[in-house]
Design a protein around this ligand. Structure first.
Ligand code: AGP
Length: 589
């Protein structure tokens, strides 16, 4: 979603800001802009479209500036709604949503002020400008304005007449970093990570004042505070696509190492440290969104089978409104790649309020979720750039399966070694070479169904989400046995069906669904470890994946589905790394 950068220092700001914005491009956006301060005057450059549209400004003068990539919420994606937003002497970039913007705007209009955009963010510029006019103290002005805001915000603010950038954070991530070249602000560590710099993560209610060579942090009452420094290393995973044409393809290839690193991390301390809580756990609640929600469903299948603990999986966006019943000794697991998903954070917060211990399964170690959770089980997928989650899904499965295995062991329900999975993932990748050849049937499809039973159904749900988001083909992940209760009406020869069959005990049942769709003319594609099933006349093409315990099979069966989505995206001319309308990290509700 929206991204923020800020810089003040010895270098010219424009190239620093543009470099930072390029690193934030993966989050998804539809317009971008920068503002530069030079000789006390502000210059704004904004464009609809890519950051590269701003490149002409690289030579512009000014040693302080702010920049933004915008993913439209309030107002269309166009130049006047792009950030920075300016009013009077004040210019700012904003992530988040100001919930009382309409009421505040009415007050500004009543004072005779005019607006040049449809954004909620411009309202904030109006408020700060009004406050700044009172005493010329930007930090105090931002704080006074912030007290009138409800909603979420990460702000970086410049004002004519000062040589400083003021930042504020409320429920939207923001870091400041200090290096030899100057001080930086960003909504995402990725934009400021460089060897030798130290970052400070702002907490909700914090303010920061960046002046030459210095970043001062303040709490909500403007009392100076110290936040724990985070040493930054140069970002390694974002340093390019290597030999791959797209990040999505590279990240699928990185699945084995993501799984290996996550399992190793879970062994060395990640879970052992939580023995007391795990021994007491009687119920498991999982809160997550999108792909992470699907990893939660896979965990339900595994944990209920091997540890015999009841698991409820909640869409985080529904959790708050479901008035969840959280019995004593419920362990709530919040799963998130970014650790910044607004709904997942809100659900985790509510679970804590209800007295549950919250375990964050999170890929970004300094994220809001990592700091909110009582304990963290880190997924070690490395930075994931493509919007479509791939290696992070497998890493979530690794962490969650390790948790299920630990719970089973603590309950005397047996041991479930997972150490073979990195090699099995590698073997699966090698078995997928023919998936690209399936694509013509998918690229021409009207609709695609992914079928499975038990844990296979959850892999099917994830396969369907992947295909939809990167290739824009409508489709559904469906319980194989449920198809004939209505949805079979959609199936014809232009409806390819992918069947996932990894559980021998359920194979015949899912094959019944295969017979049903075949009889309606659908081409059938099979993902299975059972070679004999692939010989059935109903099967158009198949991928034979390695055998593993059926409840853990989504770890392997999802890999051909990720590749299918990738290749189909290419065939329909879509950019698999940047699907339209989507953002990598969904920081608004
Ligand atoms: C899936 O490919 C998407 N990127 C999306 O569904 C994602 O999993 C969801 O938005 C949750 O994100 P999180 O893991 O960062 O919380």
């Amino acid at each position: 979603m929206c991204g923020i950068v800020g810089y003040l220092g010895r270098e010219r700001a424009a190239p620093v800001l543009l470099g930072g914005l390029q690193k934030l491009e993966y989050r998804g956006y539809d317009s971008a802009g920068i503002a530069l301060m030079h000789d006390g005057a502000l210059t704004l450059i904004r464009r609809r479209g890519r950051v590269s549209e701003l490149q002409f400004a690289e030579g512009f003068l000014g040693n302080a500036g702010i920049g933004h990539t915008r993913w439209a919420t309030h107002g269309a994606p166009c130049e006047r709604n792009a950030h920075p937003q300016r009013f009077g002497k004040v210019c700012l970039v904003h992530n988040g949503i100001i919930e009382n913007a309409a009421r505040l705007k009415e007050q500004c209009l009543a004072r005779g002020e005019t607006f040049s955009s449809e954004t909620d963010s411009e309202v904030v510029a109006h408020l700060i400008d009004g406050e700044y006019a009172k005493d010329g103290d930007l930090l105090k002005a931002v704080r006074r304005a912030a007290r009138r805001l409800t909603g979420s915000y990460a702000l970086a603010v410049l004002a004519e007449g000062t040589e400083e950038i003021v930042c504020a954070r409320m429920r939207s991530p923001l870091v400041v970093a200090v290096g030899q070249e100057g001080v930086f602000a960003a909504s995402d560590m990725t934009a400021v990570a460089a060897a030798g710099r130290t970052a400070y993560v702002l907490e909700d209610g914090d303010f920061a004042r960046m002046t030459c060579g210095k970043a001062e942090l303040f709490d909500a009452s403007l009392v100076p505070v110290a936040r724990a420094p985070v040493p930054l290393a140069a970002e390694r995973s974002s340093d390019g696509k290597g030999a791959y044409p797209h990040f999505m393809r590279k990240e699928i290839a990185e699945v084995p190492q993501a799984v290996r690193a996550t399992l190793k991390g879970a062994r060395i301390g990640g879970l052992l440290a939580q023995n007391k809580v795990l021994c007491q756990t009687k119920y498991l609640h999982i809160v997550a969104c999108g792909t992470a929600y699907h990893s939660g469903l896979c965990m339900k299948a595994a944990c209920e089978r091997i540890a015999r603990i009841p698991v409820q999986v909640f869409l985080a966006s529904e959790y708050r409104y479901a008035e969840p019943i959280v019995p004593a000794d419920t362990l709530t697991v919040a799963v998130s790649q970014s650790g910044e998903t607004a709904d997942t954070l809100a659900a985790a917060e509510l679970a804590k309020e209800k007295g549950s211990f919250v375990l964050g399964v999170v890929n970004a170690p300094h994220s809001s979720l990592a700091r909110l959770a009582d304990a963290v089980l880190q997924t070690r997928a490395g930075t994931e750039i493509a919007v479509a989650a791939t290696k992070s899904f497998n890493a979530q499965l690794a962490a969650l399966y390790a948790l299920a295995a630990r719970l089973a062991k603590l309950r005397g329900k047996g041991t479930y070694p997972l150490g073979a999975f990195p090699a099995l993932c590698k073997e699966t990748l090698s078995a997928c070479e023919n998936v690209a050849a399936w694509v013509p049937r998918f690229a021409a499809a009207r609709c695609v169904f992914f079928l499975g039973r038990g844990a296979d159904r959850y892999a099917a749900l994830e396969g369907s989400l992947k295909l939809k988001e990167v290739s824009y083909l409508p489709g559904e992940g469906y319980a194989a046995g449920e198809l004939k209760h209505g949805t079979l009406a959609l199936v014809d020869e232009r409806t390819p069906v992918v069947a996932v069959i990894c559980d021998e005990a359920l194979a015949d049942k899912t094959m019944n669904a295969v017979h049903e769709v075949y009889a309606r003319g659908a081409p059938v594609f099979l993902v299975t470890p059972f070679r004999e099933l692939c010989r059935a006349r109903e099967v158009t093409a198949s991928v034979v994946i390695p055998h593993c315990m059926p409840v853990f099979a989504p770890m392997l069966s999802v890999i051909p589905l990720q590749l299918l989505a990738y290749h189909t995206a290419l065939a329909v001319g879509a950019d698999p790394d940047k699907p339209r309308n989507l953002a990598k990290s969904v920081t608004v509700e």
